[in-house]
Design a protein around this ligand. Structure first.
Ligand code: MG
Length: 387
């Protein structure tokens, strides 16, 4: 019976939600590199019982919406109304022509609802109910009070903190919504007013509603990260000149380095190491030597681009380490300036940036002073969802 049920989720994301800060409605603000709405959509799409997801939006936020759900294969969003209640009704009406058996109404701000909460909602329909809603028992004592003084007690035993998604048989909630007075705060209120039977199912603290600025920090803290480390290597050949660029610093020398860009082998090796942590190819893929734009280009922009790609994946750069391999010029006098420059480009503390140097005891091409080699390591943490 349950296998045959069509279960559709409506995510309500039409609110202005500026209270959380960040300059955009909160459902479009990033947590661990992805908009809150994208987390919410992926959670529901990823649940095996859910057969479809639609999102109700404010059409003024269409560009933010398109960016937030890019690549997730959603159908056209539904245009919401002035209130949450109107937006939910718009979402329900959009399903009316071909109603699913069960509809889940979910707030984008409760983006991190665990699968078990949805499992319990679906299981509730094995009993003869019209709907089900996750809720947590009220554990703190509740008191009435006015003007700074307590005036009475509230029996908390029968009080629940309700969450979303709230699940209903679609025809029942659609009829209840169409008949409802305005001012309802959620679907349970509308269902109860219509005399529907709504089961209480287990909620979860992780399904908390992201509302205040501190909630974003809480959501970030819930993110699970895995460590990645990758290496990079580069060589450039000496040619005529009176300086070389190494790790973003201009170092006087009796030769220059030959290359399409500024030939900064240190920054090139480090750029490749960072790209390696997200398996995003190599520096030549992103900045082809055939492209005239990069002729003589300063390599700090290559490194900054790699760091941006890591951060767009929600990544945190933990540490980078560059080893320059040459007989000359002497690196030691410039080491701290190099560390400072790399730290600036990457937006890291200098304690997370290491620059080392070695010779090859006059062996090989570096020993013969034909060129400079550099190798680098980068370690980052990536949120699990970016895998
Ligand atoms: Mg290079």
């Amino acid at each position: 019976m349950r296998q045959a049920m069509r279960i559709h989720a409506i995510i309500v994301a039409a609110g202005a939600g500026l209270r959380a800060g960040g300059g955009v409605p909160k459902q479009y603000r990033a947590v661990a590199g992805q908009p809150l709405l994208r987390h919410a959509v992926k959670r529901l799409l990823g649940h095996p019982a859910i057969t479809g997801v639609s999102v109700v939006i404010n059409p003024e936020c269409r560009a933010l919406y398109d960016e937030a759900v890019a690549g997730l294969g959603l159908s056209e969003p539904i245009v919401g109304g002035a209130t949450r209640q109107e937006s939910v009704l718009a979402g329900l009406e959009a399903l009316a022509a071909d109603p699913p058996d069960i509809v889940l109404v979910h707030d984008a701000a409760r983006a991190f609802v665990p699968d078990a909460v949805i499992d319990a909602l679906v299981a509730a329909f094995d009993d003869d109910v019209d709907g089900a809603c996750p809720a947590l028992p009220q554990v703190d004592s509740l008191r009435r009070g006015e003007d700074g003084r307590f005036s009475g007690s509230v029996v908390r035993d029968s009080l629940w903190r309700v969450q979303t998604p709230q699940a209903f048989r679609t025809p029942a909630i659609l009829a209840a919504h169409r008949a409802a007075a305005s001012g309802a705060t959620d679907e349970v209120a509308i269902a109860l007013a219509a005399g529907l039977r709504v089961a209480i199912t287990p909620g979860d603290e992780r399904a908390f509603k992201v509302t205040e600025p501190a909630d974003f920090a809480k959501a970030e803290a819930m993110t699970t990260y895995s460590s990645r480390a990758a290496s990079g290597f580069d060589v450039h050949k000496f040619g005529p000149g009176d300086h070389v660029w190494l790790c973003g610093i201009k170092v006087p020398h009796d030769h220059g380095l030959i290359g399409h860009s500024d030939a900064d082998a240190g920054l090139h090796a480090l750029t490749d190491a960072l790209l390696g942590t997200i398996a995003a190819g190599d520096i030549g893929d992103h900045f082809p030597p055939s492209d005239e734009r990069w002729r003589g280009a300063a390599s700090d922009q290559f490194l900054a681009h790699a760091a941006t790609l890591v951060r767009e994946r929600g990544g945190l750069i933990d540490h980078v380490d560059v080893t320059l391999i040459c007989e000359r010029p002497k690196v030691g006098p410039h080491r701290d300036a190099m560390r400072t420059r790399i730290a600036e480009i990457l937006g890291l503390g200098i304690d997370r940036v290491s620059v080392k140097a070695t010779t090859t005891e006059k062996l090989g091409f570096t020993g013969r002073q034909e060129g400079i080699a550099a190798q680098a390591m980068a370690s980052v943490r990536l949120p699990e969802h970016s895998a």
